[in-house]
Design a protein around this ligand. Structure first.
Ligand code: FES
Length: 577
């Protein structure tokens, strides 16, 4: 089969009268499409992350059917295509390790295919961020639709969301959950297909997509298996046809003001810390940089407005019933950039709910559910390029704290020693985990929520200062400092910490410091040794523990992944500034 032209084009290929157009239409007609249908414009791709290896996204095959109905009704031609899919629970060493691969897959398929626009069907944590990154780079009009939260299950007669798992795991560790309860839990944890059913990473990113103007207003929180989500899919199909006809690109939608709004939304809903990394990565694709000082200003002036789990008491369906994201934007009206575009191609000023009509679990700016500064950007001698703490999930008594370090080199070391009776640790200690960053993990696994040592759990200790170059689940809580940059494996000071060193955390001053003088740190740096170095990026000549096979994607990752402060994207995928 020959191609007369190798130029990348959009749906105009379908109406091209030379050999390329004829061949393209002919193959589509071979699938049963009529001569009329194959000339429909715009041509809309549906990038689908449905996969049996990703139960959170299991509903997307059905949603695609409804999206197609909307595209067809609006006069477009719908062509669905698969991309890889990433499940949090299934993908090793971490789903974050493969996020950029999914972003590349999405970008190249959008760019290479004869389509004028695309609907992105994602759900589980990394899928929507990767799709937004890819779509931003591809530059064709795009709209996302998330899988939606799965139904609640029940445990001991009470509604159970995924966040209830963590204390049950601690009960199991301390011998307070029987074998029969443990196996019963397996059948109770997940009540159906869809994403995790609290404001964890997946739903936070669905909210982010909606606030960014990359998903239709009012769609983020609709239940996965609901008639409302099916209808939203049809509306999304109609809306992408309009967006493609108007040539509204992701860069025109995701403006600096839109990113400010998205970050404010994360603060206002007590959203996942992972959203900060993903927002950096998406912005980087458009040549934008989310300056930590600016993010802190936004966090300082955005209180917690949504009383929703895990930061609040109520469930996602309550938030949805109270108006969802359009109501949230109504509440944020006085501090948000309301000129930014919503997913229906109008401004948020036109789309947001009238504040007078908002009630329930969304509070006002003057009487918020929780204080501002839910996210604190840290910097200091232990994190020269930054770190992050979700203050709204931390013990206030630990937000200014000096303690002695107890250091773990990687997950295996942590698992081997954390519950050992001889571990020298008390409630004032600072638990440090390293070798778990973008390079060291690899892929920043969600292990930053270090477990409280069993002997302290048994004493009733429920929180400690924990520090790592890893990430944590959006459903986890505690005084957990994450995303330390540079990571230990990239030569950050985290690699130089030793057991017994004093570390100071002060969220009021945005600081995280290793209280060891610079001469001693210099001496340790020169001395090297296994306690001071995490896994190193691999240049292809020497195997390392993080990258034992320095070929293919592992090699690409090791050589090009950026640190957390740049979104962990590959350096060559960021827009040239
Ligand atoms: Fe897939 Fe939580 S594990 S959304």
């Amino acid at each position: 089969m020959s191609q007369e032209s190798t130029h990348r084009i959009g749906g105009e290929l379908m109406s091209e009268e030379g050999p390329d157009g004829l061949i393209t239409r002919a193959f589509l007609r071979g699938t049963g499409l009529s001569a009329l249908t194959v000339r429909q414009r715009p041509v809309i791709g549906i990038a689908n992350t449905w996969s049996e290896l990703n139960p959170c996204n299991a509903g997307l095959r059905e949603l695609a059917r409804h999206v197609k109905r909307g595209i067809t009704a609006a006069g477009g031609l719908a062509l669905e295509f698969p991309t890889i899919s990433l499940a949090e629970a299934f993908t090793r060493p971490s789903s974050m390790y493969l996020r950029n691969l999914l972003a590349m897959d999405t970008e190249e398929m959008i760019t290479a295919s004869p389509i004028d626009g695309v609907v992105l069907l994602g759900g589980c944590d990394k899928t929507l961020p990767a799709q937004l990154m890819g779509a931003a780079s591809a530059g064709k009009p795009a709209l996302a639709l998330a899988a939606g939260p799965r139904p609640l299950s029940t445990w001991e007669g009470r509604p159970m969301a995924v966040e209830n798992l963590w204390p049950l795991i601690d009960q199991r560790r301390t011998g307070h959950l029987s074998d029969s309860d443990w196996s019963r839990l397996e059948g109770c944890l997940s009540g159906g297909v869809g994403t995790c059913n609290v404001m964890g990473t997946a739903v936070t990113m669905a909210v982010v997509a909606e606030v960014l103007g990359m998903a239709l207003p009012g769609t983020a929180l609709l239940p996965a298996d609901s008639a409302q989500r099916a209808a939203a899919a049809e509306h999304t199909g109609r809306a992408i046809v309009a967006r493609a006809r108007a040539h509204i690109t992701p860069a025109a939608v995701m403006t600096p003001g839109a990113f400010d709004n998205a970050f404010r939304a994360v603060c206002a809903v007590g959203g996942s810390t992972n959203a900060v990394i993903h927002l950096q990565a998406i912005a980087g694709r458009l040549g934008l940089c989310l300056d930590p000082a600016r993010l802190q200003k936004l966090s300082d002036s955005t209180p917690l407005l949504a009383d929703v789990k895990p930061s609040g008491r109520r469930f996602l369906h309550d938030f949805e019933a109270d108006g969802g994201v359009p109501a949230l934007m109504g509440r944020l009206r006085e501090i948000a950039d309301m000129t930014a575009m919503s997913g229906d191609d109008r401004s948020w000023d036109e789309t947001a709910t009238d504040p007078a009509a908002i009630a329930g679990c969304l509070s006002t700016l003057t009487h918020p559910v929780g204080q501002a500064r839910s996210l604190v950007m840290l910097r200091g001698s232990l994190a020269p390029d930054g770190a992050l703490l979700k203050q709204s999930a931390a013990d206030p008594g630990l937000c200014r704290h000096v303690g002695r370090a107890v250091v773990f080199d990687g997950v295996d070391d942590l698992r081997a020693r954390i519950d050992h009776p001889d571990l020298e640790v008390d409630a004032t200690s600072v638990l440090v985990l390293r070798g778990t960053g973008p390079i060291g993990g690899p892929g920043m696994p969600e292990v930053g929520h270090l477990p409280i040592p069993r002997k302290l759990l048994e004493q009733g200790v429920t929180d400690m200062v924990r520090i790592s170059d890893a990430r944590m689940s959006g459903t986890a809580t505690g005084t957990v400092v994450l995303h330390v940059a540079p990571e230990a494996a990239a030569g950050g000071p985290l690699a130089l910490v030793r057991d017994g060193d004093f570390i100071e955390l002060d969220t009021a001053r945005n600081t995280l410091d290793l209280l060891v003088d610079s001469a001693e740190l210099e001496r340790r740096s020169l001395e090297g040794g296994p306690n001071q170095q995490g896994p190193q990026p691999n240049d292809g000549t020497e195997p390392s523990s993080a990258f034992p096979r320095a070929r293919g994607y592992a090699r690409l990752f090791a050589e090009h992944v950026t640190q957390a402060d740049r979104g962990c994207d590959f350096d060559f995928l960021q827009a040239v500034r």
